[in-house]
Design a protein around this ligand. Structure first.
Ligand code: ZN
Ligand code: ZN
Length: 175
């Protein structure tokens, strides 16, 4: 299992931490050395290191300035309620998750980049992980119903019942 972390650019700090791919474990990035907590399931889906992604995020942010109203419309569209002022695309925007009620702080630049890429966006990582179970369903209409029932706006990304269905809340992937 440690080898798979390495394959995805991370070193498992303590092998004993690892239980399943759906629990986050402390890791160190082999690229920049920064420690973080990662789900192996996320790494398998192409997520990477936040610190390594920072320059990409900065580039996205430079292109993305929203009015307060536009920023609020975007976070509402992914099932969140704004609880504070939007500053810029790189600054976490204070929101409350409409599913679990957690206070979260997604970056508008990340959200819009993913929306443009046709990915489904949650803005709340714990809820995104809960939704992973939906993968076993077969019909797109069922997926849509499930997501709506969970308070999630269905956007795009459903391809097959396999894990290609983009369940994506972490800001670590640029593509
Ligand atoms: Zn890194
Ligand atoms: Zn949530």
């Amino acid at each position: 299992m440690a080898a798979e972390f390495v394959e995805f650019g991370h070193e498992l700090i303590d092998q004993l931490d690892y239980r399943t791919s759906y629990l986050a474990v402390p890791v160190r990035c082999l690229g920049c050395g920064v420690r973080s907590t990662k789900w192996l399931s996320n790494l398998r889906r192409g997520h990477g290191c936040e610190s390594c992604y920072a320059p990409t995020r900065a580039a996205i942010g430079d292109q993305s300035r929203f009015s307060q109203a536009d920023a609020e419309a975007i976070v509402v569209s992914i099932g969140l309620t704004p609880t504070g002022a939007y500053v810029n695309a790189l600054t976490p925007c204070p929101c409350r998750c409409g599913r679990c009620g957690r206070d979260v702080g997604p970056r508008l630049g990340d959200i819009t980049a993913k929306l443009r890429a046709g990915k489904q966006v949650f803005g709340c990582e714990p809820c995104a992980h809960l939704q992973v179970g939906i993968d076993s369903r077969t019909s797109e209409a069922e997926i849509r119903d499930d997501l709506l029932a969970a308070g999630v706006e269905y956007l795009d990304g459903y391809v097959t019942p396999r894990p290609q269905f983009a369940v994506d809340a972490s800001p670590a992937s640029a593509s």
